[in-house]
Write a protein of this length. Structure first.
Length: 411
């Protein structure tokens, strides 16, 4: 489930409600389209109903939403998670936000927001280890490798204020019947007024000035005028290398799905060529002479789907090693939005490798020690044929349900 965030149009100030995954923002009042940029992660705050004379303390909570893949000896366990954890490490405050972040409309934290915003004392890496230990407790043995893919990490501030007890600023009541310990002093916590700002940049092509196009959750915007693709950078939009796969087996494509084509150097297992992949995966085919010279590439979905479908697509297209020519320019058919960044695709390479290498029990113990160094990443639009309920690619023996793809914006 996506968070709902209240905000104001940076152009005209009109109110609007965004989904957590929205990056392309269109104002229905002034009809200006903007793109959200954040240097690290987004910061939100819960609304409060505290008395006006109370000084608010905003306690930080790390929130994670995404897919978790655990490589076990007999299978790859996967699940979807949406969890939060206090970032102070203080037992006086609730450990998590529960369902509040999903049930209430949040707001962006911006300069000028009244209240004291406490600085996180627990890093996001430490919180992720807490999540790992919690999930791994149900396994008989520790996983050989674990990956968090497609995650949305954000910081949510919950309001509190102090009387003789610590009070919840949302419900406007004490969080516990116990009195405050004598050694508790809010001034001891590092923090102060917020100084973070969410940037809104115009969706104009930096190359030709034409309007860029993209779905609300798109991480890559396209320009139909100069046939270019742009992604967010620290200082604005930057160009993204891309191509479209020429595939004669799909005569009448219904859609093009984005994949990250990744060339990587892998140590610890021979996987330089397509022939190496055939031997490593123990595929029922004879290695051809030309396959010894063809470089191996990972093909990772550049869009979000459910964990099992994501892994099936990554394994299926990677084992197929598409050889069609990469054509310049954007496809003429509709394209699924790119909403999984290349950084997440890189994290999924080890899981994809674990899904097809054999013998599994012999190779899995060395999976974590393998060094995988990406050399080149390219966005490729792959054509798929349409069926009544799914998009298919018979040559790669993969498919994706249309309804699942439609609902992927909630992931």
């Amino acid at each position: 489930m996506n968070l709902l965030i209240e905000h104001q149009c940076p152009q005209c100030g009109a109110p609007a409600v965004l989904k957590e995954t929205d990056r392309v923002v269109w104002c229905e009042y002034c009809r200006v389209t903007s793109y959200l940029l954040q240097a690290d992660f987004f910061r939100y705050m819960l609304p409060h109903s505290a008395p006006e004379d109370r000084e608010l303390l905003f306690v930080p909570y790390w929130r994670f939403k995404g897919m978790i893949f655990s490589c076990l000896s007999d299978k790859i366990h996967h699940r979807f998670a949406d969890i939060s954890h206090q970032a102070l490490g203080m037992p006086l405050f609730p450990v998590s936000l529960g369902l509040r972040s999903q049930a209430m409309k949040l707001r962006f934290v911006s300069p000028g927001t009244p209240g004291r915003f406490l600085k996180p004392a627990v890093s996001v890496k430490k919180v992720m280890r807490i999540f790992e230990n919690r999930f791994n407790a149900s396994f008989p043995d520790p996983p050989f490798h674990q990956a968090f893919i497609g995650e949305t990490t954000s910081l949510i501030y919950a309001p509190f204020y102090v009387t003789d007890k610590i009070c919840d600023g949302v419900l406007n009541r004490a969080i516990s019947s116990a009195e405050i310990p004598p050694d508790f002093h809010p001034s001891d916590f590092q923090g102060g007024p917020p100084d973070w700002r969410t940037r809104f940049v115009p969706t104009l092509c930096p190359n030709c000035g034409w309007n860029l196009e993209g779905q609300p959750d798109a991480l890559a915007l396209t320009c139909q005028n100069c046939n270019s693709v742009w992604q967010s950078g620290k200082k604005g939009l930057k160009p993204l290398s891309f191509g479209q796969l020429s595939d004669d087996s799909i005569r009448d494509p219904a859609i093009c799905l984005p994949f990250w084509k990744i060339r990587a150097n892998i140590s610890g297992v021979p996987l330089d060529s397509c022939a190496d992949m055939i031997r490593l995966a123990n595929l029922p085919k004879v290695v051809q002479e030309d396959e010894e010279a063809l470089r191996f590439h990972f093909w990772i979905p550049g869009f979000k789907v459910r964990p099992q479908a994501f892994l099936n697509l990554a394994r299926g297209v990677t084992l197929s090693q598409p050889r069609g020519e990469l054509l310049p320019g954007l496809p003429d058919v509709p394209c699924c939005p790119v909403n999984l960044p290349p950084s997440e695709a890189l994290q999924s390479m080890r899981v994809t490798l674990a899904s097809f290498m054999k013998p599994r029990r012999m190779l899995l113990p060395s999976l974590q020690d393998m060094k995988i160094t990406p050399e080149r990443v390219l966005l490729v639009f792959v054509p798929f044929a349409g069926r009544p309920h799914e998009y298919v690619h018979p040559g790669f023996q993969v498919s994706v349900n249309k309804k699942m793809l439609e609902l992927s914006g909630n992931l």
